[in-house]
Design a binder for this molecule. Structure first.
Ligand SMILES: NC(=O)c1ccc[n+]([C@@H]2O[C@H](COP(=O)([O-])OP(=O)(O)OC[C@H]3O[C@@H](n4cnc5c(N)ncnc54)[C@H](OP(=O)(O)O)[C@@H]3O)[C@@H](O)[C@H]2O)c1
Length: 293
């Protein structure tokens, strides 16, 4: 099948989240694609009957699953709900995709790793989770591959966007409200602008070789930083006066244990597909420019 000859139909589940919104924002750049954006209200991925009905009413080439339970701390007390959406529902969605010859592009997380490495994690590194959210996402990966072998899983990290709530928007708000804030400086990772991930997904779809290259990939922006340095950059690029103090994880207890190092190696995705990974500071600047408009 030549993708150039055919209108490609792309279902985007969980379309009201950060990534779903970013895909919608760039959809007009892809006139040969027909996008079906569905929110949780319109299509609950945990509802097998509704999924079957939806798929039987459309001929869907790709399903980009942006639906997820993403409340990392809350997941510790809502384990069942986190596993229901991030694991069981993903398994159901994958089975429906397989039945309908739809390629599933599913998004996962750096929190499938325990952070014990000191250099970027590759796709073949051993997974080990530290929290419920990570465990639920890891099981989702397994169910997706089991039920739909053509699945592409993209693990990403520290996602932010001009849409919805995220670290960047929280920092901007706090920096305007307070004279000083504390931010942890001993967790390292790669901030990722959801707009860059959305473009990478579209390039994978456009590549025409996504079925031959199914499997797990890592995608994040270039460069590794701490939450503290990320916050300092947000402050400097926005010209805000708030004092940002570095604190250790011990001084900032959260319900969920987080890995101390989750930088992701992106060589595999860049070799398989025409995907680019801009530096996190350049992407942060783009996002802040949009937010300041
Ligand atoms: N955010 C991060 O820092 C981060 C880091 C690494 C990986 N990821 C992964 O990246 C992906 C996209 O994340 P995101 O930040 O865009 O997430 P998000 O903003 O939290 O959006 C997730 C969307 O999924 C919807 N949803 C929840 N349950 C659903 C269901 N049963 N059926 C259909 N939709 C449902 C949510 O709706 P409601 O809001 O109404 O519940 C929300 O609109 C997720 O797979 C996430 O695990 C995120």
């Amino acid at each position: 099948m030549s993708l150039k000859d055919k209108l490609i139909t792309i279902l985007v589940t969980g379309s009201e989240g950060q990534l779903g919104n970013e895909l919608r924002a760039l959809s007009s750049n892809f006139p040969y694609c027909q996008f079906l954006f569905v929110s949780k209200k319109e299509l609950d991925i945990a509802d097998p009957v509704k999924l079957e009905k939806f798929f039987s009413g459309h001929s869907i080439d790709f399903c980009v699953n942006c639906a997820a339970y993403t409340a990392v701390d809350k997941a510790e007390s809502e384990k069942e709900q986190a596993f229901h959406i991030n694991a069981e529902a993903v398994g159901i969605l994958a089975a429906v995709c397989h039945k309908n010859k739809t390629q599933l592009i599913h998004i996962s997380t750096d929190y499938v790793f325990d952070g014990s490495k000191t250099e970027p994690y590759t796709e073949s590194d051993k997974t080990k989770t530290l929290n419920v959210y990570g465990a639920s996402k890891l099981q989702g990966e397994e169910f997706a591959i089991q039920n739909c072998r053509s699945t592409i899983i993209i693990r990403t990290s520290w996602l932010y966007s001009s849409f919805k709530s995220n670290f960047v928007k929280t920092m901007l708000r706090l920096m305007q409200e307070k004279e000083s804030i504390n931010v942890v400086n001993d967790q390292l990772g790669c901030p990722t602008y959801a707009a860059d991930l959305a473009l990478a997904i579209m390039r994978i779809i456009k590549s025409g070789n996504s079925r031959e290259n199914s499997g797990i990939y890592h995608f994040c922006n270039e460069g590794v930083t701490s939450w503290y340095d990320f916050a300092v950059s947000i402050k400097e690029l926005s010209g805000l006066g708030c004092e940002v103090n570095p604190v250790s994880t011990d001084q900032y207890p959260t319900a969920s244990k987080r890995p101390v190092y989750t930088a992701l190696d992106t060589q595999k995705i860049k070799s398989a597909f025409p995907v680019v990974t801009p530096h996190w500071k350049d992407s942060l600047q783009k996002c802040l420019q949009l937010l300041n408009k």
